[in-house]
Ligand binder design. Structure first.
Ligand code: CAA
Length: 285
């Protein structure tokens, strides 16, 4: 690893971003955590605090470790504060233009050898890369939800990513305790390409009243040993994110497997985004 990654940046403190901040800070890395405004920062702080508070309450972390973790994180709404970062990971919503615009701006702020990473689940990393002046330093660094728990990271290497860039990101993922794989820039990469056809199928079974949500989830939990059933998992991922992922994969591959089941879009329009909005396939307190 040629870079020491003592300071990194994370942009977007939603479900994934706040978890990614925690992963870095837990591993002794200083984090500049960026959100658009004060309320969004407060929300990100609450997500991070909820997760570390739970770890503290369960005795998985001492008070000292907890406080040290939080002391490593600086919150800001100013992209210029990313200047000292050797890596910046963006984890903003799955909209191509937003990600392109953002990394284009970060490109102008960080030093020449810093790495720019996108946590996109399915958007073309190459297109995001070419929106910057130096596409060789852009990779995908795709974490899984909940990021502090799941031990997998996909490192997406485009045709123009420099070797030292994806090698350093892979080594960093190992330092974070993850099992990284390097994959090419194809919608859904590996895990989502396999997972989302299954999730979409479960939604269409639910939509056609083939089985109840509880029975669909029970089948996969108790019959197949999955940690969560497909509808509970979609609530965890977020229905808006799931819709964007399916839609991107459908547009790229045109296979019916990934044509988003209509009810997903309807639920998104109705604000039923899953856990984060309090209601999805299930209701949350
Ligand atoms: N943030 C941080 N930690 C969390 C957490 C969260 N949101 N949710 C759970 N945890 C931690 C708990 O604190 C607990 O930690 P300890 O064991 O150290 O005490 C551990 O995870 C287990 O949690 P629980 O006992 O509460 O519950 P569980 O055993 O049912 O596990 C789960 C919860 C980890 C979410 C598990 O059900 C699971 O792995 N589900 C599948 C998740 C999955 O498939 N994720 C991938 C989604 S696809 C994706 O992310 C890619 C994409 O691009 C959309």
């Amino acid at each position: 690893m040629t870079r020491d990654f003592s300071t990194v940046g994370v942009i977007g403190l939603g479900t994934m971003g706040a978890g990614i901040v925690e992963v870095f800070a837990r591993n002794g890395i200083d984090v500049v955590a960026v959100e658009v405004d004060g309320p969004a920062i407060e929300h990100g702080k609450a997500v991070l605090g909820g997760s570390t508070g739970r770890a503290l309450a369960r005795g998985k972390m001492t008070q000292e470790e907890h406080d040290a973790l939080h002391s490593r994180v600086t919150f800001t709404s100013n992209l210029e504060d990313l200047a000292p970062c050797q890596l910046v990971v963006e984890a903003v919503p799955e909209h191509l233009d937003l990600k392109k615009d953002l990394l284009g701006k970060v490109d102008a702020v960080v030093s020449a050898d810093a790495i720019l990473a996108t946590n996109t689940s399915s958007l073309p990393v190459t297109e995001i890369a070419v929106a910057t002046k130096n596409p060789k330093r852009v990779v995908g660094m795709h974490f899984f939800n909940p990021a502090p728990v799941q031990q997998f990271v996909e490192v997406i290497r485009t045709v123009i990513t420099a070797d030292d860039v994806f090698e350093d990101v892979k080594a960093l993922a190992e330092r974070l305790g993850k099992n990284p794989v390097v994959v090419g820039d194809k919608a859904g990469f590996i895990a989502n390409a396999l997972l989302f056809g299954y999730l979409n199928h479960a939604v269409s079974m639910f939509e056609s009243r083939y089985a109840t949500r509880e029975d669909l989830d029970a089948a996969m939990r108790f019959g197949c040993g999955y940690p969560m059933g497909p509808l509970a998992l979609l609530d965890l991922i977020g229905l808006d994110t799931a819709y964007e992922i399916l839609d991107t994969m459908y547009k790229q591959g045109r296979d019916r497997l990934h044509a988003p089941s209509p009810i997903i879009k309807q639920m998104v329009s109705a604000g039923m985004l899953g856990r984060k909005s309090g209601r999805g396939f299930y209701t949350y307190e």
